[in-house]
Design a protein around this ligand. Structure first.
Ligand code: 13P
Length: 249
């Protein structure tokens, strides 16, 4: 019922010389949905290079503006991402929250802008190490989830990525049981707010140090519907191994 998703987040990495790596990822033919979010500068050239054969790989942005257009120097609108060839956008990533002071309210406005432009929003939430140590993981996530997603969410245009801040780029992950417990709680929260149909259909991704070595254990959990992969998505070989683990789950 839920088609699994393998999403790659290249963050601030990638030049035109790396388009060949994107082509190599697009050449995979998995059962799951594949989305790659390169830097915004590479979306249009990647879309052009993939052409009709790129159907197996969707492209996404890593952020968009909350406003539709106007005097906002340096910002990129959701419509611009769509115009460049993106169908998805990551919003509320913890690096945006930390580097640019983005709060839940702004994230929700960006999600609304993404929906307006017809993009699928992949909304990121995650607790810090201190919040985890204080036993506040579930309450922090429930608050982020509630405030970062506008009303009227439909499963088809929403994905949620659980990315513990302390697991990103660290080589550390929660245990599979911890991830399952969190995802089950998130799905319950989505059901309470948006109803059983949305909860059953929405994809919940895990992100944070997903590697070929740990993907099988994390991706086989009942409430994990895929991965949001940073470092290991930069090379087609390692991303392919994670995609295979998602398909095998
Ligand atoms: P890493 O896979 O490099 O830990 O990054 C995860 C992430 O932040 C994806 O959005």
């Amino acid at each position: 019922m839920r088609r699994r998703m393998a999403a790659g987040n290249w963050k601030m990495n990638g030049l035109r010389a790396d388009l060949a790596e994107i082509a190599a990822i697009a050449a995979l033919r998995p059962d799951c949905e594949m989305v790659l979010c390169p830097p915004a500068t590479l979306i249009a050239p990647a879309a052009a290079a993939l052409g009709a054969g790129g159907a197996a790989l969707a492209l996404g942005g890593q952020d968009c503006a909350a406003r539709a257009s106007g005097a906002h120097t340096g910002d990129i609108s959701a419509e611009m991402l769509a115009d460049a060839g993106a169908s998805h956008v990551i919003l509320g990533h913890s690096e945006r929250r930390a580097d640019h002071g983005e709060g839940d309210k702004l994230v929700a406005a960006k999600v609304a802008a993404a929906w307006e432009a017809g993009l699928v929003a992949i909304v990121c939430i995650g607790e810090t190490e201190a919040e985890r140590a204080a036993g506040r993981t579930l309450s922090v996530l429930a608050g982020q989830l509630a405030r970062s997603i506008p009303d009227h969410a439909r499963a088809g245009h929403l994905g949620v990525a659980y990315e513990p801040v302390w697991a990103i780029g660290s080589g550390r992950t929660p245990s599979p049981q911890e991830v399952q417990d969190v995802h089950a709680a998130l799905r319950q929260g989505i059901e309470t707010r948006f109803g059983a149909d949305v909860a059953a259909a929405v994809r919940l991704l895990y992100g944070g140090s997903v590697k070929p070595e740990n993907a099988a254990g994390l991706m086989s959990l009942p409430d994990v519907d895929g991965a949001l992969v940073g470092g290991a998505s930069l090379r087609a070989e390692s991303f392919a191994a994670i995609v295979a683990a998602i398909d095998a789950a």
